[in-house]
Every structure is written in structure tokens, then in C-alpha cells.
Design a protein around this ligand. Structure first.
Ligand code: NAD
Length: 265
């Protein structure tokens, strides 16, 4: 019960990693506002949590709308009496070559992944400041750290999020609010299922030392840690949860000139 008595808002929590994070927070004793553009999905997750005895409330928001960002933060206070933790998880993805990326695609991705995270965090922080405590967690991506094919628009939105985390962290460190990133590698969620074709899957299995996609629950466990009291001195950090993807250099079997054969998929 590492988050006992805490109140959290998680964007994009109708499915995938956001849902896993919300459920992990509930397991650790927090109350959670489930928020998503998918209202039905958010309600389904909240109803299920309540059925199991947890404290949850569903709200429809579009993270790109300032009034929705305000409604989300205020909802935590109105329903559960405060706001301690906010997770910027809502995101959209796209794999398209730089030369083929439409301006409209770029702008849509930046709006959701970067502007949305910015304004939702701002609304949350303004309510955390008077209390002298807060945790903001941004869900970034390995695509924001490495130059992956087809990741120009998506990658730049996540790289921007990492820098936003650093600036927020420096400005707010003395106020009792910590801001950190989790950068997932390849995680088996709806988004990855829809976006990753066989060539992408093969490439990930080859490049990730653990030779597998991560699970949403593995991201959620990292979010619990960064939200907990144990993480109180961690500021502006990016925690990669990626099976070693970012760390890996040349991989081959020692004593053999052959590169390892990736396991069957
Ligand atoms: N799956 C991966 O491999 C992977 C890897 C690295 C980073 N990420 C990031 O992790 C986060 C979660 O990814 P996921 O795989 O669980 O995705 P997902 O598509 O399964 O879930 C994303 C959720 O965000 C919601 N959403 C989208 N736009 C929204 C908006 N404007 N306002 C409110 N909600 C909105 C969707 O309705 C959905 O429920 C995203 O930010 C994504 O970029 C995913």
C-alpha cells in the first residue's frame, strides 16, 4: 500500500498502459480518476475497479483542450478531496517516413503528446503547489531518444516531453513536486499491436537484449515507484523500461563471429 491515501489522475487510462497504471495505483491504495477521450472505455475501467472495492471515477477528456485539462485536475479535488499524482500517459503514434509525413500528422501528434501533456501537467501543478507535494510522471518513449525509422513526428513529440520534464523539474524541485519520465521501449499494448508490422516486431526482438516486448504492468510498476515516498529525491529523471534496448551496443555470442539469431516470433 505504497500510495495509501493518495489521489491520482491518469490520462489515456481506458486501455493499455494507462489502464495498467491506474490499476496498479489502486492496488497500492490510491484513488484514481480514469480519463480518456474514449468515455465508454474509461467508464468500463472505473466500474470494474469499483466492483472490486477500489476508488475510481471516470471522466471524458481530450488532453488537447485546456478546459478539459482544468476539469480533470479539479475533478480529483471535487471527487476525492485532493490531487497528489498526475500521469501524462495519453498518446497517439504514427510510423511514417520523414519525407512522407504530412504537416497535419505532425501537428496532431505534437498536440496530443506534447501540448496535451504540457497543459494537463500545468493544471495539476497549480493545484499541487499550495499543498507542497506532488508527483508528475510523463510517459515518454525510446523513440524520443533514438532515431528510429518512421518516428520523425512521434519521436520529436516524446523528445520534447523529456525536455519539458527537465525544465519543470528544475523549476518545481524546491516546492515538493517531482517530475520524472518513464520511457517505455516496445510494450505489448493496443497501440503496438496496431502500429507494429512483422518487420517492426522482428527488428525489436533483434535489438532488445531481453528479446521480448514489455508488458503494461512493467510500466505500471515503475510508475508506482516514481509516485511513492521512496522516490522523493528523484527529479527530472528518465527511467527507461525497455528490456535493455537503449543500453545495448553490439550483440553477439562471445567467441563466435556470428550475430545471434533472433528467437522465433
Ligand atoms: N506501446 C508501446 O510500445 C509504447 C512505447 C513507448 C511509449 N508509448 C507511449 O505510452 C503511452 C500509452 O501507450 P499505449 O500503448 O498504452 O497506447 P493505447 O493506444 O493502447 O492507449 C492510449 C490511450 O490514450 C487515449 N487518448 C488518445 N488521444 C487522447 C486524447 N487526445 N485525450 C485523451 N485520451 C487520449 C486513447 O483513447 C487510449 O485509450 C502513449 O503516450 C505512448 O506514446 C507506448
Amino acid at each position: 500500500m505504497r500510495l495509501k491515501g493518495r489521489v491520482a489522475t491518469v490520462t489515456g487510462s481506458a486501455q493499455g498502459m494507462g489502464e495498467a497504471i491506474a490499476r496498479a495505483f489502486i492496488r497500492e491504495g490510491a484513488a484514481v480518476i480514469i480519463s480518456d477521450v474514449n468515455e465508454e472505455g474509461a467508464q468500463r475501467v472505473a466500474d470494474d475497479i469499483i466492483r472490486q472495492g477500489g476508488r475510481a471515477y471516470a471522466i471524458r477528456i481530450d488532453v488537447t483542450k485546456s478546459e478539459d485539462a482544468e476539469r480533470l485536475a479539479q475533478c480529483a479535488i471535487d471527487i476525492f478531496g485532493g490531487l497528489d499524482i498526475h500521469v501524462n500517459n495519453a498518446g497517439i503514434s504514427m510510423t511514417r517516413l520523414f519525407v512522407e509525413t504530412e504537416r497535419a500528422d505532425l501537428e496532431r501528434i505534437l498536440q496530443v503528446n506534447l501540448v496535451g501533456a504540457f497543459i494537463c501537467a500545468q493544471a495539476a501543478v497549480r493545484r499541487m503547489l499550495p499543498r507542497g507535494f506532488g508527483r508528475i510522471i510523463n510517459i515518454a518513449s525510446l523513440s524520443g531518444q533514438r532515431g528510429g525509422v518512421g518516428r520523425a513526428a512521434y519521436g520529436v513529440s516524446k523528445a520534447g516531453l523529456e525536455l519539458l520534464t527537465k525544465v519543470m523539474s528544475v523549476e518545481l524541485a524546491a516546492s515538493g513536486i517531482t517530475i520524472n519520465n518513464i520511457a517505455p521501449g516496445a510494450i505489448a499494448t493496443e497501440m503496438a499491436t496496431q502500429q507494429h508490422d512483422q518487420a517492426t516486431r522482428d527488428a525489436y526482438h533483434y535489438l532488445i537484449p531481453q528479446r521480448r516486448y514489455g508488458r503494461p504492468e512493467e510500466i505500471a510498476d515503475a510508475a508506482v515507484f516514481l509516485s511513492s515516498e521512496e522516490a522523493r529525491h528523484i527529479c527530472g529523471h528518465t527511467l527507461n523500461v525497455d528490456g535493455g534496448f537503449q543500453t545495448a551496443g553490439l550483440m553477439f555470442t562471445f567467441g563466435s563471429s556470428k550475430a545471434p539469431v533472433p528467437p522465433a516470433l
